[in-house]
Design a protein around this ligand. Structure first.
Ligand code: IMP
Length: 452
């Protein structure tokens, strides 16, 4: 019997004996995880998103087509993959449905390829309203959230007031639950914030129809994923946000509301830590951050060394201009230990191409003393002065480099210095937004295949 192309790809991938790899952000998000996931997905059969919501925005450039994905794993753009959205995520159903319809309209068939955990929580209109209302009320305590309802949804989840997809698609249960929850939420909206209540009938009708649309995609896929890993099929976990936006270990309270580090990805996907073979941290060759909060190596005004337009440093989700700074090796080293990183993927190296000199933050001076960690309190971070090592720039384009050996010597020095400071190898370097503008020094799947 003739093999279909799909069966052939699956067989070839399986023959490589692929492991499971987590791709996680090692800074404050926007590191280029979408592109790295897309590149690695050509060798993966299963791609999983496990935490966060549409506060994330993953951009992938294929040829001249730019894809911006907020909820569906970027691996969906490879037709051979199966994609999953895990229990640890919070889902704005409007955004999810639009993303499904948009991908379908581009010819990507999703039925039978996209699976959504019924345990994932739903972001309702009151979550988005409360996110914005609370931010406005907080004054200078405001986090500058994305306004997508992420915090209020995770708060309701922890408070046992959340509504999951499992409840949404249960016609006997959803109306009663929504009525009870909306009664409490409307009290909050009207009495605490003095705004109009939401209509129960309107929310019920709207969400019931969204539930009908999404029902075919719901699947408690954790056991299937487990079996796939036991069967040596490779799985790629796509992190969202970044290590220092983690609700436990980030620059609290200027963080998001999910666990963004590698262990949170295991928890959100329903996978045990021993089933992960490799954790790859994605870091920009410099640092950016959006929203308020500490950023010791930030530069301002005439010190800004990038052109925001050319470097595409506007938020994918909110369009906000990103704050920018030098690579912070102190934080990157901390990201190595918090995530158990085995390697780094360094993105946007090409953005540094024109610079005469490049700085790396190697320590902090705090009240006259050198230290290698941030103060515990965010407000103390204001007094932290970065200590820089200065390297000379390579002043030549890296965009055309296809292999590590082709990189300019000074760019290689910069990469080696990062490796030394962080204690892990840089296995992938991105020198432009396109798939082909990627230098794979050590392929995580290939490396693990040799070890197995
Ligand atoms: P929230 O996740 O919308 O509650 O926002 C909390 C903080 O995390 C804000 O400073 C956001 O700008 C930041 N944030 C959330 N998601 C992302 C992301 O995907 N990339 C970069 N920053 C993010």
């Amino acid at each position: 019997m003739n093999e279909s192309i799909f069966q052939q790809v699956c067989r070839e991938i399986k023959e490589l004996i692929m492991p499971s790899v987590i791709v996680v952000g090692a800074q404050w998000g926007d590191e280029g995880k979408g592109k790295v996931t897309d590149v690695l997905a050509s060798n993966a059969m299963h791609i999983v998103r496990a935490q966060g919501g549409n506060n994330a925005g993953h951009t992938v450039l294929i040829g001249s087509n730019e894809y911006k994905l907020h909820l569906i794993p970027s691996g969906i753009l490879h037709p051979h993959t199966q994609c999953y959205i895990g229990a640890g995520t919070v889902l704005d159903l409007d955004v999810l449905i639009k993303e499904i319809e948009w991908l379908e309209s581009l010819g990507h068939s999703l039925q039978g390829r996209l699976w959504i955990s019924p345990e994932a929580h739903i972001i309702f209109p009151y979550h988005k309203q409360l996110d914005i209302l609370l931010e406005n009320k907080k004054g200078n305590l405001a986090v500058e959230t994305t306004g997508r309802g992420i915090g209020p949804c995770y708060a309701d989840k922890a408070n046992r007031l959340g509504i999951r997809l499992a409840e949404l698609v249960c016609p006997n249960h959803f109306p009663k639950l929504l009525k009870a929850v909306l009664c409490l939420k409307n009290e909050e909206l009207t009495q605490l914030y003095g705004v109009k209540p939401l209509s129960y009938e309107a929310v019920l009708a709207e969400y019931t129809s969204k539930g009908i649309f999404l029902n075919p995609y719901l699947n408690s896929f954790e056991s299937h994923l487990y079996e796939s890993m036991k069967n040596n099929e490779n799985v790629l976990f796509e992190g969202a946000q970044g290590t220092f936006l983690d609700v436990n270990f980030g620059t609290y309270p200027f963080v998001t509301s999910s666990i963004t580090i590698a262990s949170g990805i295991c928890a959100g996907a329903g996978i045990g830590p021993c089933d992960i073979d490799h954790v790859l941290g994605v870091a920009k060759a410099y640092t950016t951050r959006v929203g308020n909060g500490p950023f010791p190596s930030e530069v301002i005004k005439e010190e800004v060394f990038i052109d925001h337009e050319q470097a595409r440093e506007y938020g994918t989700t909110t369009g906000r201009k990103r704050r920018v700074g030098w690579l912070d090796a102190v934080l990157l080293k901390k990201a190595v230990s918090l995530n158990g990183l085995q390697a780094l993927a360094l993105t946007k190296l090409d953005v540094l191409d024109p610079l005469d000199t490049i700085k790396i933050c190697i320590a902090y001076r705090f009240h006259g003393r050198m230290q290698h960690h941030l103060p515990r309190l965010a407000q103390d971070c204001e007094w932290v002065e970065p200590v820089y090592e200065i390297l000379s720039g390579w002043k030549t384009s890296t965009r055309e480099c296809k292999e590590g050996a082709e990189l300019p010597e000074k760019a290689k020095n910069y990469i080696r210095r990062i490796e030394m400071l962080c204690g892990v190898p840089v296995n992938l370097v991105s020198v432009g937004p396109k798939r082909e503008e990627t230098i794979i020094l050590q392929h995580p799947f290939e490396e693990l295949k040799k070890r197995k």
